[in-house]
Design a protein around this ligand. Structure first.
Ligand code: NAP
Length: 326
């Protein structure tokens, strides 16, 4: 089967400076074994994420899993014809709590083969019904970027309709999801972006104002939604009202000083957020079906061209999600 894999070895030099594409292989390979009882899903569409670039760099991937099929996101069909979205969080079968809180959880492609292949195998409990209203390409965008945005906004930000949120970064998978979801939920949405063109596109997507990175805002906001890290963290803290909340799901540009004095003096809440539960994924899918909100798709490529998509993601050129079709 044709699959996009991370082929680095545990001995390869790691670190943010490594060229992630140097460790990508898109080629015919035999499927890797998975635990007994996992069900096959024929992948109709799979979305790319920055997570795939981290995996290619050797970040977060289990060394024993290498080489590993990339990809966290998929929509597809089961053997009995059910149309599904795959929940990428694999918790231990004995774990009774919410999946993301299992200390032994992994994401697809960290320990077990991911979705950038014609078939992905997962536990049956990881399947959520795909709403008929969404295309397979749209549904494939939900499990990582969109689910993360859903939890940041609706579970962790503490905001209500009428509040103002700042989304750091405009064009990313998580950022575009945050803008679309927040606007649809009646929040006032402000974004930052490095590029004027991307700021204009964020306004088209539903943002109410767009700013250059670090720009002073007209007023402080109720919550900041952070995935950029070092490049924007200080601005995020400065932009919050006293008692406001910064929800952080990632640090694309690296770790940042905590600025503890500002955190305690203005009584900020710093809330970490990772992916979402299967229940939240079901709610997100229903929200999209009901409201008409849809993932913004930048491009759809054949799986054979996955390298082109990952290159665009690495270069920061994509606006919204890049989807591949096996
Ligand atoms: N915790 C979780 O469960 C989880 C889930 C999903 C993603 N993440 C993490 O969240 C981050 C974003 O993921 P993604 O898939 O959305 O990535 P992405 O599509 O590559 O988006 C990157 C974003 O970062 C912004 N950005 C990049 N460099 C910047 C800089 N120097 N200054 C300001 N903004 C910059 C971009 O905004 P502009 O280009 O518009 O400036 C863009 O919005 C990644 O680190 C990822 O690993 C975590």
């Amino acid at each position: 089967m044709l699959a996009a894999r991370a082929v680095r070895t545990p001995q390869d030099p790691s670190g943010l400076d490594a060229d992630p594409l140097a460790f990508l292989e898109v080629a015919e390979r035999d499927p890797s074994p998975v635990p007994d009882g996992w069900v096959p899903v024929t992948v109709r569409a799979a979305a790319l994420n920055r997570h795939d670039l981290w995996t290619l760099r050797g970040v977060g991937v289990h060394p024993d899993a290498l080489p590993v099929v990339l990809g966290c996101d998929a929509s597809g069909t089961t053997e009995d014809g059910r149309e599904v979205v795959v929940h990428a969080v694999l918790s231990d079968p004995d774990w009774a709590g919410e999946e993301t809180l299992d200390p032994r959880r992994t994401l697809l492609s960290e320990r077990w083969p991911g979705t950038l292949a014609p078939v992905v195998r997962v536990p049956a409990r990881n399947l959520v019904d795909k709403p008929a209203e969404l295309t397979f390409e749209e549904a494939a965008c939900l499990p990582t970027a969109w689910l993360t945005a859903y939890r940041m906004l609706f579970t962790n930000s503490g905001t209500a309709p009428g509040d103002t949120v700042l989304v750091q970064g405009a064009g990313g998978g998580v950022s575009t999801a945050l803008v679309a979801l927040a606007a649809s939920a009646g929040l006032r949405v402000w974004v930052t972006s490095r590029s004027e063109e991307r700021r204009a596109r964020a306004l088209d997507l539903g943002a109410h104002a767009a700013f250059a990175p670090g720009e002073r805002l007209p007023e402080r906001v109720d919550a900041v939604l952070e995935s950029v890290g070092k490049a924007t963290w200080g601005h995020s803290l400065r932009s919050l009202k006293p008692g406001g909340t910064v929800v952080v799901c990632g640090a694309t540009t690296g770790d940042a000083p905590a600025e503890l004095n500002r955190v305690f003096f203005t009584q900020l809440r710093v809330v970490g957020s990772t992916m979402g539960s299967r229940e939240e994924l079901g709610r997100l899918a229903r929200l999209c079906a009901t409201t008409g909100v849809r993932p913004l798709i930048d491009d759809v490529l054949p799986l054979a061209d996955a390298a082109d998509g990952l290159l665009r993601l690495e270069a920061g050129e994509a606006f919204g999600k890049i989807v591949v079709r096996p």
